[in-house]
Design a protein around this ligand. Sequence first.
Ligand code: NCD
Length: 359
Amino acid sequence: MKHLIDPTDLTKPEIDEIISLAQDIIAHRERYQGSMSHKKLATLFYEPSTRTRLSFTSAMMELGGNVLGFSDARSSSVSKGESVQDTVRVVGCFADVIAMRHHIEGAQLYATEVSTVPIINAGDGSHSHPTQTLTDLLTIQRELGHIDGITIGFCGDLRFGRTVHSLIKALSRYKDIKVILIAPDELKLPDYIKQDVCERTGIPYREVTTMEEVMGELDVLYMTRVQKERFLDEDEFDRVKDSFVLDAARMALAKKKMAVLHPLPRVNEILTEVDSDPRAAYFRQVENGKFVREALIVKLLEWKDDPEHGMPSDETPVEDPELRCPNKKCICNNEHAPHRFRLTENGVLRCWYCDSKVR
Ligand code: NCD
């Protein structure tokens, strides 16, 4: 069964197929209207969302399909204590594909173990957000005409920003990418992305503490919101909340052809004076999200049971009942998921579900 839980569940040719189908949908919308009639998408959102949930809904409607689900888990049997796995077993009886957002990391991966329909991860805690990644890739392609060869600056909350983690993973599939990380010490990119993604796949990255020093080098500036809801310590949040602000003066330092992306919602990190700059691509990015989700739904239903499009199977989990994942927000510390691990090439043992370092 083909699911999309992590960007690396898609091969480069599969990503290319989704991006080019999205472009074809943009060019010939009428051809795809009705292509999903009698198909149903369930949106199971255990965490707030505007864009992601509505763009999935709008995507399925454009394709002529139907949508069911919940946007507040308190109105579902989850409030009675139903597990994620039981919920997807039940919803699989009603829908052809499930898009799920959850505050618990690894929840969707755990759900795939019993699901009879494809599951799309619409965000799990601060871990991954692969459909935002497809949105970002389509946006970069449309704004700049290419993805290979870009220098991309990630700015803001690189620690909890799941969209950043997923986009870097996907960019490791492209050629000659350079990454610049612009963040205060408290919000630096997690080690597993630096080591297991950048270093292992050879993406050069550099860490800096001001936007000004790198603005002129960037083809893409990826701004992010400081993720208030993920901080355990409110004082720490207050110290870093306004770390980086993009304004017209900083835009003046950038290349003439550059694209500013932001997964949105923004809080203070991009002043509204930037919105009218032609390089501000974040609202066009929102619309791209709908088209790419249309393409993803079509492709996942096509690939669902095709052995040529399975899930990556190059890793075997290590099971050790003595070991524990240290992440309180991981599925294995919240439901009866097994304590299961993966041994990385550099000898680090990581949680199978959330990538936290175990040993
Ligand atoms: C992002 C998310 O939910 O991770 N938003 C989105 O999906 N477009 C970013 C955020 O919440 O800051």
